[in-house]
Each structure stands twice: as structure tokens, then as C-alpha cells.
Design a binder for this molecule. Structure first.
Ligand code: F6R
Length: 587
């Protein structure tokens, strides 16, 4: 979703901000803009499309020591230059960028229009800059404080004032301040300024920051009191956030699963055992997540059922309001989120906290909002994931949930051994020959209109996740089903040549899923088997290691590679699929 980067310092601010926007491209966006303070005046450039190869010399902004930039993922108002950020106030002295949604923007806009403020866009963001303008006679800090207090919904905004200061407020969406040598940054996420500094200060919800030449000063929005902050040194390296020798982040991150599974397994065993105990004692445990993380949660439900004989409830986070009445202080919520910023998950957590339930999160981004609102956090240690399509974070999340399930069964050492063996098998599996074999399949499938995926038991959620992967990268209609469900309706979709991927793990569901594959084949379906062993029903076999209860981890990887190659063959961008965003900060 939208990305923010602002800079104040001795370097050429538009160049620094343009470079920062390029680093934020992975978040997914459809237009962008930069505003800077040049010779006392605010100048803007806004464009529809991607930042791509844009150079500072193309911007026509001139030299400036202060600038703010934004990548916009449209919510209110179409994709146009007019709706792109920054937005100006009536006087043109303030330029503002914003992440999130102003839920009460219609009433604010009417009120401000009645006070003669002129609106030039359809964006909800524009109300914020006019609100700040409205209170500017109180000074920038108070004006931002007052404006923020009137906004409903989750937001983060940064305003550049032509008097030479930058102010930013956080009311739900993340903002991080970067502190270099005599230079300062504010960004929605760290990669935007990582090549300049690793020293950061996190804004908490309900806080604002003022940055002038002397550096940042933080305040509590509600009380106006100054807030003390600690400088945190981030240990990410710049190379980890770059493509290296790979053509795309997606394939790099898929291949990195050779290492990330080991990293995911290295958890504090005492903490795993403690949380397993809490799951056993809880009066109801909910696993909540969205999209791919939601499918991981669903797989978690199966892990706990099969390994620990324990019923935990999976819920799609956006549907959690229907379950809220079950929350009470002894309930446990396990939130799974790569970004730690997903709005629907944050809402579910807020509901749990309100009922004093305990919240445990599985996260990949250090310092994210969920980290601050959870009682306990497991970092899944997959490293920076830049492709919008989640891969290495997914298998890392699956690994941690599997460990927790084994720990809940009192068999942590067995679970760890299984995962170490699986990591080693994945290391062997991910070689160029293997990728080539799947690329050949992509060459056969790229013109398909539909691809179906079936699985049973532990691999039913993975069939659903496989469908998400193919949809996101190739825009082919892909759908996952429980193998046993086909004959209750979806089998009507099968005709001659329809591709059907069959996840046939070597477990107690093997013979039944093979029967389901037979049923599809009998109706002309083309069967692609993902399995440790070949079978006569498979028209194309993709071998995976026999990983026992860790089969969901190994089975999703070939589909990730297939999804990547489908995108490449179709000439699509595998890293930034249309309409999608890496961090979904709106409901
Ligand atoms: C798909 C994908 C999304 C995310 C979902 C939740 O590849 O990445 O479906 O899983 O948007 O995001 P997080 O994990 O950040 O909460």
C-alpha cells in the first residue's frame, strides 16, 4: 500500500526522496509524487504509473534540502495525477502525504468547503492538509495535533511546511524516523532510507514528531507532552534488500528458503514450550490472519488437530467480528502476519485486547505495530521480503506453527528434528534442474484459462494457498479445493485438458487424493502431481521430499516456482502484481 519517505538534511532532498521511493516500490502502488522546498517555495511533481527509471533531472524540481515523497495505492478517487500525493493547502505553503483512510472525510470536507477551503482532488487525504491549514495560526505542532484529533480511521501523515520544518503524526499506520549525520528521514518503512542510516526511532501510535535542523522532537498527540525516544540500531543489511544476481525479488526469495527455514526453526525453546503451555490452558485459541497468512493459520489448525489433538480455531481476520463474542480473558489469540501492519489483523487484536485476552504474534518485520500490541512475539526470521507475493515468510510461519503444535503435544524435540530434516531436504531440492523442470510446466500452462489445485488434510489449506500464488502472479483463474469436495460441485468445471494440481503427501490421505485425481482425469483433466512418489494418474510429476507432517512446507515451494515462471513467460512483473500491495493497511 501507500509508501512515505521524507528527508531533511545537507544532501539533495529530491534525489534522496526519489531513491527512497524506488526502494518502496515493492509495497505496490499506482501513482507517485514528490514535493520539495526550493528557495522558500513548495514545488510538486506527480505522476501516474511506476517510478521505474525516473531521474532527478527529469523532475524539474531544482535543488532542495527538504522533500517528501509518496507512492499511492488508490482508495478514494481514481488513479490520476490530481489524486496523487502530496496535496497542498489553499496557500500552497503546506505539502502533505498520507497512508491510511480518513473514514470521516466526507463530513470534514463539507465543513472545510463551507469555510472556503478549495479542494482540487477526490482523495480523502486532501482534508488533512486543509485541516492543518485551518489551525496553522496555533503553530505547526498544535495544528497537526488538532488535525490528527479530528481524523477517524487508521492514518499516518507527513507535512512539509515552507517555513522549513517537517511534522508527522501516527494514528494507526507506521512511521519510522531515521537519524543520519546531520540528516533526518521519516518513512513508512525502513528500506526507504536503509542505504543512508541504520539508526531509527519508532513513532508509537498517538504520537507525532517535529523535525527541524536541530533534529527530531517527539510528542504525545493527546496530551501534547514531549515523549522520550530511544535510538535503535537496525541490523538489516542493504544487500539483503536488493536483488543481487537474481532478475526478480520473487525468485530470489523463493531460493532463499534454503536458509530461511533454518532461521525460522531457531526459536527460543523455553518460549515455545511456555506458549505451548498457554495454548493448552487457554479457554479457546484463535489463529487469525489474512490472505496467505490466513491460509497459514488454517494449516495451523490442522497441525494442532493432527499433532497435538488440540482444537484451535482458525478465523480470517476480516471475519473476526463474528467471533468476538467468544473472547474472554482466558482466550488466546495467535496472529500471523508477515508485515505486522495488516489492518484487519490489528482490528482483531484490538478486539482481543479489549476483552483482556492474551495475544501472541508471529511476525517477520521487526518493530511493526503488531509487535507493540502483542504480549508475546515470535519473529519468523525470514529476512526482508520485498516481492508482494509472500513465499519465504509463509514457509517460515508454517515452521513456527508446526513447532508450536509439536510442543503442545509435548514432542518439541521430535518437531525440531523433523523441521531440521525438512530444511535440509529443501536445500537439496532447490537446484537449477528442479527449477528448469517446473519452468517447462509453466511453458505448458501459461495459456490456461483455469488451474485447479486439490489437497486433503494438512494439504487442503496449501491447495488454497497455491491458488493465491498462481492468481497473484499470472492472473490465471486458479482455485483450490479439498479433494473430497470436487464431486459435490466443482468437478463440473473439468473438461478436456483442464490442469489440476494434486498435492499428494505421503500420509493417511494419499490414497483418497489419488482417487480424487482419478475422478478428474476420467473427465479429461490434466493431472500435475506434487508428491514424493510418482503415480500412474500423474501426467506431470513434481517430486518433493517426503516430509511427513511438514509436507505443507515442501509442497508449496514448487507452486511458488511455477507462479514465478508463469508471470515471466506471460511478460508480467512477478514482484509487483497489479492491484496488490505488500502491506495492507486499510480494512
Ligand atoms: C499473498 C500475500 C497476502 C498476505 C496478506 C496478509 O502472497 O502476501 O495474501 O499474506 O495480505 O499480509 P500480512 O502477512 O502482512 O499480514
Amino acid at each position: 500500500m501507500c509508501g512515505i519517505i521524507a528527508y531533511l538534511g545537507p544532501k539533495d532532498a529530491p534525489s534522496v526522496v526519489l531513491d527512497g521511493l524506488k526502494k518502496l516500490e515493492y509495497r505496490g502502488y499506482d501513482s507517485w509524487g514528490i514535493g520539495c522546498l526550493s528557495k522558500g517555495k513548495i514545488l510538486l511533481v506527480k505522476k501516474v504509473g511506476k517510478v521505474g527509471q525516473a531521474k532527478t533531472s527529469d523532475l524539474g524540481l531544482g535543488a532542495a534540502g527538504m522533500a517528501v515523497g509518496h507512492t499511492r495505492w488508490a482508495t478514494h478517487g481514481g488513479i490520476s495525477e490530481k489524486n496523487a500525493h502530496p496535496h497542498l493547502d489553499c496557500s500552497g505553503k503546506l505539502a502533505l502525504v498520507h497512508n491510511g483512510i480518513v473514514e470521516n472525510y466526507q463530513e470534514l470536507r463539507k465543513r472545510l468547503q463551507a469555510q472556503n477551503h478549495k479542494f482540487v482532488s477526490e482523495s480523502d487525504t486532501e482534508v488533512i492538509v486543509h485541516l492543518v491549514e485551518n489551525y496553522l495560526n496555533l503553530g505547526l505542532r498544535k495544528a497537526v495535533e488538532r488535525a490528527a484529533s479530528e481524523l477517524k480511521g487508521r492514518s499516518a501523515f507527513v507535512v512539509l511546511d515552507s517555513s522549513g520544518e517537517i511534522a508527522a503524526a501516527r494514528t494507526g499506520s507506521p512511521l519510522i524516523v531515521g537519524c543520519g549525520e546531520g540528516e533526518f528521514f521519516i518513512a513508512s518503512d525502513i528500506p526507504a532510507f536503509l542505504s543512508h542510516t541504520r539508526k531509527v526511532m519508532y513513532l508509537d501510535d498517538g504520537q507525532m514528531v517535529m523535525i527541524g535542523k536541530a533534529g527530531p522532537q517527539f510528542f504525545d498527540l493527546a496530551s501534547g507532552k514531549e515523549a522520550k525516544k530511544r535510538v535503535v540500531e537496525i541490523d538489516w543489511n542493504v544487500e539483503a534488500a536488493e536483488k543481487g544476481d537474481y532478475e526478480h525479488f520473487l525468485i530470489k526469495e523463493i531460493m532463499e528458503q534454503k536458509d530461511t527455514l533454518w532461521q525460522a526453526i531457531s526459536q527460543d525453546e523455553a518460549k515455545i514450550a511456555k506458549v505451548a503451555g498457554q495454548i493448552k490452558d487457554a479457554y479457546g485459541t484463535f489463529l487469525v490472519g489474512c490472505g496467505t497468512a490466513g491460509k497459514v493459520c488454517m494449516a495451523g489448525e490442522y497441525f494442532f488437530a493432527k499433532i497435538a489433538r488440540k482444537h484451535v480455531n482458525f478465523a480470517v481476520a476480516s471475519e473476526f467480528p463474528s467471533y468476538e463474542s467468544f473472547l474472554q480473558p482466558r482466550t488466546l489469540m495467535i496472529a500471523v502476519s508477515q508485515s505486522g501492519e495488516t489492518a484487519d489483523v490489528l482490528e482483531a487484536i484490538a478486539a482481543a485486547r479489549k476483552k483482556k485476552a492474551r495475544v501472541i504474534s508471529l511476525l517477520n518485520v521487526f518493530g511493526s505495530t503488531m509487535m507493540r500490541v502483542s504480549d508475546e512475539v515470535f519473529m519468523v526470521n525470514a529476512g526482508v521480503e520485498k516481492a508482494v507475493v509472500s513465499t519465504k515468510a509463509t514457509t517460515a510461519q508454517l515452521s513456527v506453527l508446526l513447532l508450536l503444535a509439536y510442543a503442545s503435544a509435548g514432542r518439541l524435540a521430535e518437531g525440531k528434528r523433523l523441521l531440521l530434516d525438512t530444511a535440509s531436504a529443501v536445500n537439496d531440492m532447490l537446484n537449477p534442474r528442479y527449477e528448469e523442470h517446473i519452468k517447462r510446466l509453466a511453458e505448458r500452462l501459461h495459456q490456461s484459462e483455469h488451474i485447479y489445485i486439490i489437497g486433503r488434510g494438512l494439504n487442503y489449506p496449501i491447495a488454497l494457498e497455491a491458488a493465491i500464488k498462481i492468481q497473484e502472479t499470472s492472473y490465471i483463474h486458479a482455485e483450490g479445493f479439498a479433494g473430497g469436495e470436487l464431486k459435490h460441485g466443482p468437478i463440473a468445471l473439468i473438461s478436456r485438458g483442464t490442469p489440476c494440481i494434486v498435492m499428494a503427501a505421503n500420509d493417511d490421505s494419499f490414497h483418497e487424493i489419488i482417487s480424487n485425481a482419478m475422478e478428474v482425469k476420467a473427465r479429461g483433466g490434466h493431472i500435475i502431481g506434487i508428491s514424493p512418489q510418482n503415480n500412474e494418474v500423474f501426467d506431470y510429476w513434481i517430486k518433493v521430499p517426503d516430509a511427513g507432517n511438514a509436507s505443507p512446507i515442501v509442497n508449496i515451494i514448487p507452486v511458488q516456482i511455477l507462479a514465478y515462471h508463469l508471470a515471466v513467460i506471460k511478460g508480467l512483473d512477478p514482484d509487483m502484481p497489479r492491484n496488490l500491495a505488500k502491506s495492507v493497511t486499510v480494512k
